[in-house]
Design a protein around this ligand. Structure first.
Ligand code: ATP
Ligand code: MG
Length: 534
């Protein structure tokens, strides 16, 4: 062997050593190793076959497969693959895997070269696991010398290390990608803190919850980003740490309160903290998960409002009915006919009110359960309004009613009974909230795409603070609640019905100047439907 060839061999070994420490892309690394091996041994061609670790690759992917080839035709590679396929993938490398491998390689050499080439194959063993084989074909000039075998083996060893490094690296990268996907895909807000409580990771859900961008949260102290306006349950991370938290990795912490979001708005949240310890028992990270509790709070509030409405609004008529009924049926008293008639009138009125309230509550829960059934037809709002006014003038003779609809008021497509409910809720509010002797007007207006109906009264009006909420479920202005009966459902249901008709409803009112509530519905005869039914 020539001295300059020795120099080249040394250079190649050095280059490979460098590649192994720097190159983490497995296919590129294997290509380099194979090229050098073929060059160094004066070969014609070569392959590196790898064995996938058990359980990886999955499906019908073969355990042994050609991972790099040099100087071989694709057709030959196709013959080769099945010959490798049934080699044992697991077992002791020295007694099971390697003898089987050597056998197979001798076979492969015979087939591949038709006797023209000889082959040298060496196992790549890392951490006692056969990860693959480097195989070089060359002309049979007396076989490979012991020195060449030694060289190829040192190659194979290095290649084995490189393969397991690259695999470890790609496993870590894959794990990281998976973790990132889990973090970012999670609906729960998650942050990961370093030992100094600075934010390392901040997922997308937490960005949405907190209103603070991921980029601006990263690197900042926890207390600056997750700020509480009030704590309702538990202790904050700060307080807990002052008390020595966490003592073990079981030491989770939960705090509930209102979070101050990036734009200053408030959000009720539940936050849990879980510590992650390093093997030397020092605190490495804290995993913070933040859950939005606003739905939960809303439901709780609604439940308590509901209970107070039920207890107040349902109990009152029941008590009146019961009181009048038991008074009238007393055996020891004889009531004159007018007294009996008055009592029965109260009973009837209160029973009606009770039935109405139950109907409203049922409608509200029907709405929540997913929608209102509409029975659509052609509705003439002008005649509907005059029918309702007839009814209300009898019930509320102290008020005067005015109806003002232009002639040939166009029809709308809708559910007549539901629209009557809307209009009577508006008229009953006008009657209920405005003083006797004042006028209530119901006016109709025709626009190109919609018709608008407005109910106006000369009552006390609605304060600007209450105005945005009058359509909310169970909402009643304090003053109204003190002086009148009601569940705060009338306008909520009216809005739901109007919106189900693709219309909208709004209130105009100023304290002392009366109230006008209007709703607009798309015209049945219009070619332009309403675009914004909000
Ligand atoms: P319900 O209609 O369920 O019997 P309610 O009349 O209190 O009860 P809504 O009709 O939804 O409920 O009205 C909500 C609130 O809006 C009322 O409590 C009242 O404060 C205010 N409001 C509605 N209409 C008028 C009006 N015409 N004048 C003054 N305030 C009104
Ligand atoms: Mg009402």
């Amino acid at each position: 062997m020539l001295p300059d060839f020795r120099v080249r061999q040394r250079d190649i070994l050095l280059e490979i050593a460098r590649a192994i420490t720097q190159e983490l892309d497995l296919p590129r690394l294997l290509d380099q190793i194979l090229r050098y091996a073929v060059e160094m041994l004066g070969g014609k061609a070569g392959i590196i076959a790898l064995c996938d670790p058990a359980g990886r690759g999955g499906g019908d992917r073969r355990a042994w497969h050609v991972a790099a080839s040099f100087g071989l035709k694709p057709a030959f590679l196709r013959v080769l693959e099945p010959l490798l396929a049934d080699l044992p993938a697991a077992g002791d490398p020295q007694t099971v895997v390697l003898p089987a491998l050597n056998d197979r390689l001798r076979q492969i050499t015979r087939i591949a070269s038709l006797g023209l080439l000889t082959g040298l194959g060496l196992p790549m063993v890392a951490h006692d696991q056969a990860v693959g084989v480097v195989f070089v074909f060359r002309e049979p000039e007396g076989g490979f010398s012991a020195n060449e075998r030694g060289l190829l083996q040192s190659f194979a060893d290095q290649a084995a290390i490189a393969v397991s490094n690259a695999r470890a690296f790609s496993q870590v990268t894959e794990e990281k990608r998976r973790l990132d996907a889990i973090l970012d895909g999670s609906a729960e807000g998650i942050a990961i803190l370093g030992p100094d409580n600075h934010i390392h990771r901040f997922n997308r859900a937490l960005q949405r919850l907190s209103g603070i961008a991921q980029e601006s949260a990263a690197g900042r102290p926890h207390d600056q980003v997750l700020r509480f306006a009030a704590v309702t349950t538990g202790t904050t991370l700060h307080q807990a740490e002052a008390g020595g938290w966490p003592l073990s990795d079981q030491a989770t912490l939960y705090v509930e309160g209102t979070l101050i979001r990036g734009d200053g708005s408030l959000l009720p949240v539940g936050v849990s903290y879980a510590p992650v310890f390093a093997p030397d028992r020092t605190l490495q990270n804290t995993v913070v998960s933040v859950r939005d509790l606003s739905r939960f709070r809303e439901a709780e509030e609604l439940k308590s409002t509901f209970i107070s409405i039920i207890s107040h609004e349902l109990k009152t008529p029941v008590a009146l009915i019961k009181g009048y009924a038991s008074t009238l049926r007393r055996d020891d008293a004889a009531w004159d006919p007018p007294t009996v008639a008055d009592g029965l009138a109260v009973i009837e009125e209160e029973a009606d009110r009770l039935a109405g309230l139950i109907e409203d509550l049922l409608d509200a829960s029907r709405l929540q359960a997913g929608g209102l059934q509409l029975h659509m037809g052609e509705v003439q709002l002008a005649s509907l309004a005059s029918r309702l006014v007839d009814r209300f003038s009898k019930q509320a003779p102290q008020h005067t009613f005015q109806i003002d609809f232009p002639p040939e008021f166009p029809p709308v497509t809708g559910d007549e009974e539901r629209l009557a409910q809307v209009l009577s809720n508006l008229i009953s509010n006008a009657v209920k909230y405005s003083p006797p002797g004042t006028a209530i007007s119901i006016r109709g207006r025709v626009d190109p795409a919609q018709v608008v109906v407005t109910v106006s009264d000369q009552g006390p009006g609605i304060s600007p603070e209450d105005l945005p909420h009058v359509f909310d479920r169970f909402y009643r202005a304090v003053d109204a609640a003190r002086r009148t009966k009601g569940a705060g459902l009338g306008l909520f249901l009216a809005r739901a019905v109007v919106q189900a008709h693709n219309g909208r409803i709004w209130a105009d009112s100023r304290p002392g100047e009366g109230t006008s509530i209007s709703f607009g519905l798309p015209r049945a005869d219009s070619p332009h439907p309403l675009t914004d039914p909000s």
